[in-house]
Design a protein around this ligand. Structure first.
Ligand code: DGL
Length: 264
């Protein structure tokens, strides 16, 4: 591995771009590769075995391109695959992500924290362990959000249909007294502007994109692998419709990027 090698970033779709943005900001001299597994989205309702198999396929794809690190920019794929991938590639810097329960427990004043995430994440043993570890002194209200990821994947961040769906998901959290809401799926930070319009200003929204970028920087730094060249542009692959990703990318990613097909 050398400093000039790329970093591979992966999500079921465009959600991981919220993490890629944090990586780009913190590590501007890296060459970034991104795979959106849009042909198999949503992961939130898929079996862990299926998600592990997809994650392994993407990991191998990045290995073949000489990636010096692998970021699973997806909470759902992290619970399903990170442990196995760490075993598969013990020497490869690998960063996963999980809902920000610890910072939310520290931030809440009302003592009630809400978690918006996929069904897969909320049902996982890893999430239960996270609550056991960091949420013993607070009440946690979980809210799965089926359908939300699919709307975001169309590039819709503002429509009345999206607003209505989102309202239905945040209302139970507000009614339960949550003053802090964890965005536990990497797609949801795209909805922050809309959420900020819909929610009382006192509500704190927490996501983990910036923390993931910091962890990546730390792992690369320890290995003297932080890039120093100005990269040409990020490269994107999708297992879904290439033209669709090309069309919506400019609204979700403000830097140059080239989109190719990942195959099925
Ligand atoms: N973006 C993913 C996450 O962070 C999941 C979206 C999906 O359901 O595919 O959990």
């Amino acid at each position: 591995m050398d400093k000039g090698a790329p970093i591979g970033v992966f999500d079921s779709g465009v959600g991981g771009l919220t993490v890629l943005d944090e990586i780009q900001r913190l590590l501007p001299h890296e060459s970034l590769l991104y795979v959106a597994d849009c042909g198999h989205i949503p992961y939130g309702e898929k079996s862990p075995a299926f998600i592990l198999e997809r994650s392994r396929t993407v990991a191998e794809f990045f290995r073949k391109r000489g990636a010096k690190a692998f970021v699973i920019a997806c909470n759902t794929a992290t619970v399903a695959a990170v442990a196995d991938l760490r075993q598969d590639y013990p020497d490869w810097p690998l960063v996963g992500m999980e809902p920000a329960v610890k910072p939310a427990a520290a931030a809440t004043r009302s003592g009630v924290v809400g978690v918006l995430a996929t069904t897969g994440t909320l049902q996982s043993a890893k999430f239960a362990a996270l609550l056991d570890r960091f949420a013993t002194d607070v009440r946690v209200i979980t809210q799965p959000c089926p359908g939300l990821v699919e709307l975001i994947e169309t590039g819709d961040l503002v429509s009345p249909a999206l607003r209505t769906m989102l309202q239905g998901y945040v209302e139970p959290l507000l009614n339960a007294g949550c003053d802090t809401i964890i965005l536990g799926c990497t797609h949801y930070p795209f909805l922050k502007p809309l959420l900020e319009q819909m929610l009382p200003p006192s509500i704190i929204l927490i996501d983990t994109g910036a923390a993931v970028a910091r962890q990546l920087k730390r792992l690369l730094g320890e290995r003297d692998l932080i890039g120093t060249d100005k990269p040409e542009h990020a490269q994107f692959w999708t297992s879904g419709d290439v033209d669709h990703l090309r069309n919506i990318l400019p609204t979700l990613w403000k830097y140059p990027g080239v989109v190719s097909s990942f195959g099925s």
